[in-house]
Design a protein around this ligand. Sequence first.
Ligand code: AHR
Length: 320
Amino acid sequence: MKLRTTLLATAVLLAPFGAMAAGAQGKTVGFSQIGSESGWRAAETTVTKQQAEERGIDLKFADAQQKQENQIKALRGFIAQGVDAILLAPVVATGWDEVLEEAKDADIPVILLDRKVDAPDDLYMTAVTSDTVYEGEVAGKWLVDHEAGKDCRVVELQGTTGSSPAIDRKAGFEKAIADAPNITIVRSQTGDFTRAQGKVVMESFLKAEGAANICALYAHNDDMAVGAIQAIKEAGVKPGEDIVVVAIDAVPDMHLAMSNGEANATVELTPNMAGPAFDALEAYWTEGTMPPKWIQTESKLYTVADDNKAIYDMKKSLGY
Ligand code: AHR
């Protein structure tokens, strides 16, 4: 009896978000996705649905169409339904405290996917993300090495304003080029992580600077880079040669662009954020263990030196 009491007390201490149960089979998880602004985002949605199905999780999917207010509404809906957990890919970093408090009060664990929030960390269970500052640094260091000793005027396409990867990827890149006076960012504007905006903003950069005065494009994601590549081609210059292209995500179309010599490098962001998130929930539900506050995913650099056609084929076969 005494042992049983001790075990129960330990379980309560380990499980601040509610009661333990067996595995993820039959659990209901709400997923508030940002939208479908990029190929990477579409892949993340696909993988999350696959992961849920494989584990017997009933996934309630809500597409926020890029709006934080829709995400907050979706979260409140999940709380009202009494889901077992919530996955949140937060479009911007600020403005989440109130709704996260509501989830906490309802004993529903929230896991952040791929982006961070500016909120106390007791309001969510864990964040499954890459080191987004490091991604920018990897891209910047690659450019510093590639352009060693040459004057290089860079144009930058930023991600969604106020989103954690846009803030961090800018900071990381700037840190990497800080000691390279030959590399300067001459224009920087948001392309909202979309292919269409990447193209439009690149067209304006080309018009304002003149193609001959732009040495490199740094884009916070591949989709904007792919849109910009189109704009560069339409301006009669060669992307990947006349204008170096470095970005982040490593989506299939970027590997294709690299295999065609139209882009130079990208830093991989895995679309499988849900796998580690569901693993953490399963461990919590079966053993009552709390994950660390940050589950970090890898960031790998790909360049034209890789077999990009083979990587493209492999990623397409995975549904990315
Ligand atoms: O939060 C991850 C970023 O969001 C991806 O790099 C980008 O493609 C997406 O829109």
